[in-house]
Design a protein. Structure first.
Length: 250
């Protein structure tokens, strides 16, 4: 059974340049300590399941105003019914963007081969080194699978974005530069502000986020390795920067 646990009928900020509906699936194989959706990780069975037909009907009715659908989570690639769901959206004539943590490269590769995705965003939790990655992800990760997903995405020709949430408890500037160097040449790299509002690990609610000036510096330095780098923060977003330009968009 498809475990759709959240549905946003339209959003102007989830997919740049598009009005998109958002579907949230509940399964996740990571336990990121700063996760802002612990309800999807800890108690998904307590959340109402939204029937697929309801989602499809809503998108069909609003097709004139919707460009695409973002499938997020959780980790959507864990769902066996994900491919039929994507095809259902495609049959409605809308584009599909997938949010993923990159732990299932075989699924990502199959979707690319079958031309099912119009865009993909992948979270990179930490530098591609096992101990630190496992610490941030909260579980043991197969780093080689993460690396393979990055390579597949960069070589796919599909619109893509990499992103990292920067929690001061785990990551510093050098960590961000290590990630940027690994994805050198990537089109987009979003540095996401840590938000101590809702966290899987309640101890992180006591952590003070980096100030915007520091994140601007991270973005400027990381922008030397990728084509576009910016800081994404709560209720505001920085304009794309590439090495030397930065500014907040309110």
């Amino acid at each position: 059974m498809m475990t759709i646990k959240g549905f946003v009928k339209n959003s102007l900020i989830e997919w740049e340049g598009n009005i998109a509906a958002i579907v949230f699936l509940s399964k996740c194989n990571l336990r990121c300590q700063y996760c802002h959706a612990p309800h999807l990780v800890n108690n998904p069975c307590e959340l109402e399941t939204i029937p697929v037909d309801v989602v499809l009907e809503s998108i069909s009715k609003n097709r004139e105003w919707i460009d695409g659908v973002v499938i997020s989570g959780g980790e959507p690639t864990l769902c066996d019914e994900l491919e039929p769901l994507i095809k259902s959206f495609k049959e409605l004539g809308v584009k599909v963007k997938l949010d993923s943590n990159g732990t299932n490269p075989d699924v990502i590769e199959r979707f690319f081969e079958n031309r099912l995705l119009d865009s993909i965003a992948m979270d990179i939790k930490a530098p591609l080194e096992e101990d630190k990655y496992n610490l941030v992800a909260g579980v043991k990760c197969d780093i080689e699978k993460i690396k393979r997903s990055i390579r597949l995405i960069m070589e796919s020709g599909v619109e893509n974005e990499f992103r990292t949430t920067v929690c001061p408890e785990f990551l510093d500037k050098e960590d961000i530069l290590d990630i940027a160097r690994f994805i050198e040449g990537a089109d987009k790299y979003a540095i996401q502000q840590f938000r101590p509002i809702i966290c899987l690990n309640n101890e992180l609610l006591k952590v003070t986020p980096y100030p915007k000036e520091m994140l601007e510096d991270f973005a400027e330095s990381a922008g030397k390795y990728v084509k576009k780098c910016w800081v994404r923060g709560e209720n505001k977003e920085m304009a794309p920067v590439s090495g030397k330009q930065a500014g907040w968009l309110w």
